[in-house]
Design a protein around this ligand. Sequence first.
Ligand code: PLP
Length: 450
Amino acid sequence: TLISPNAPTAELQALDAAHHMHPFTTGADLAKKGARVITRAEGCWLTDSEGERILDGMAGLWCVNIGYGRKELAAAAARQMEELPYYNTFFQTTHVPAIQLSARLAELAPGDLNHVFYASSGSEANDTNIRLVRTYCAEKGQPERKVIISRWNAYHGSSVGSASLGGMKGMHGQGGVIPDVHHIDQPDWWAEGGDLSPEEFGLERARQLEAAIEEIGPEKVAAFIAEPVQGAGGVIVPPETYWPEIQRIVKKYGILLIADEVICGFGRTGNWFGSQTMGITPDIMTIAKGLSSGYQPIGGSVLSDEVASVISGTEFNHGYTYSGHPVACAVALENLRILDEEGIVARVRDETGPYLKEKFESLAEHPLVGEAKIVGFMGSLALTPDKAARAPFASDAGTVGYICRERCFANNLVMRHVGDRMIISPPLVLSKSEIDTLIERAWRSLDECH
Ligand code: PLP
């Protein structure tokens, strides 16, 4: 028999720890201190099994852009499940939700990014990109162009391929990395900028790309992949000089630029895509998360006309059973309709985004906070014992961040910590009064770990 949803929290937690392996978690910790059991959610608020209401400052995992509890998405899923719950898009078949969603994405995506290859997640989409860019180069008569350059501390997914693109050393250490991936340093001025101004540092870090291309050999490099604003690495907002210089370099060497929009896409930075906010013209965009606001697992790669036309010249030996899943496509379409018709992206750009920025930046006045940086609805606080020196804590990296995250959680606010950075990425429907609540709880939590 199944355990009752209304069983005591401790019983649910014990069963969870006994049988459920959690991502990015030390399982043994769960046996000692059970996971919080989330039972419902509405708007920007979660409810747990004890009836506590928690403000979700992370939109789940940076994905619930339209907020929780939108019945239109449930209705779209139910309709599609009744009509056509599944069919594949292999071997010359298609279906209406995939046709409609692809055409809609072509309208929304910047420039000539007009062609979508579907996956069920950002990780799968970035795995697609590895095969895509190498196939593209081979089809253009340059099969030796295989290397993909990425950045340390980037996050591009958890599969072995996408984690190899990512720059998380802890992941590389468990399972290894695929060949022909090269990493350069991230543009984190706060932690790594030394005596350089942010502008000088942005140029210095971008020029590492040029140095890497020269060292590897330009004839061997296929692509550069990066998040417009690094998310899981700690919301690292690059200096203004960074992206224009990267764009110049990829153009000079004719290498493909992949913008990983898995977090930045669908309004998070105040435009439909982070590439627009950062002034980037990618050849390929990775999308997931906000595409369906997390209501269904769906992701994809959006290709330029040129890349798509080269790939279309051969059989692309790649695809997932759930590529273009009809239910996921139908839910994503409904999500895009809501984002658009309710003016949610424009509100982040013009109204709630600027309000959140003002309030969030005021957290820099807290004695523990060195830097408060935010773009649209993704922001981070660099915690420090010495603001002027931009110094890290003497204790193990991440200890103060962890304590601070725990204090936030106890105060019914979800903020995440990445080392000693505290980050937010709330639903895009967060109201001004909810912003006030978020800031008040964040300040109180910082006080408590001071
Ligand atoms: N790319 C970026 C920028 C991400 O932030 C993530 C997930 O956080 C991924 C890719 C991987 O997406 P998924 O977890 O859907 O596989």
